[in-house]
Design a protein around this ligand. Structure first.
Ligand code: ZN
Length: 138
């Protein structure tokens, strides 16, 4: 069995962002030389997400508005922020949007439905953060 590991780095201009990382994951799969297997993609920070959905800007705005409604930003709103941090909301947003995705690789490509794309969701950005890509298979 082959195994391949790659780290993707992100430093967003804004506190919140949604970035399409499908091409970067496809690059990692191609570098791995795996033709049949699985690909794990996970955020390595507890205030960022990796998820699969549609590459549609209105939907991305809907996601950000939805998580803001569920876990609004605010230093005084969360017990976590008593530690001196201000990102209690970002931990909750990350949990709602998910930590990772696992994707099938068939014939050396992501075996996706027609509208599936992989996204990095940032909820406490403006600093360097990592995503792990782990490819296993034959
Ligand atoms: Zn925190």
């Amino acid at each position: 069995m082959k195994s391949y590991t790659k780290y993707l780095w992100f430093s967003t201009k804004n506190r919140y962002d949604i970035i399409n990382i499908t091409d970067q994951v496809e690059d990692a799969i191609s570098e791995s030389k795996v033709k049949e297997g699985l690909c794990l993609v996970n955020a390595m920070h507890i205030t960022a997400s990796v998820f699969i959905n549609d590459n549609e800007i209105g939907l991305h705005q809907d996601f950000l508005a939805w998580v803001e409604k569920l876990a609004p930003y605010g230093k005084e709103k969360y017990k976590h922020n008593l530690t001196g941090e201000d990102n209690g909301d970002a931990h909750l947003k990350r949990t709602i949007m998910g930590r990772e995705v696992v994707c099938a690789i068939t014939n050396g490509k992501l075996d996706f439905g027609p509208w599936e794309q992989i996204f990095y969701g940032e909820f406490d950005g403006q600093r360097k953060k990592r995503v792990l890509v782990k490819v296993i298979g034959e």
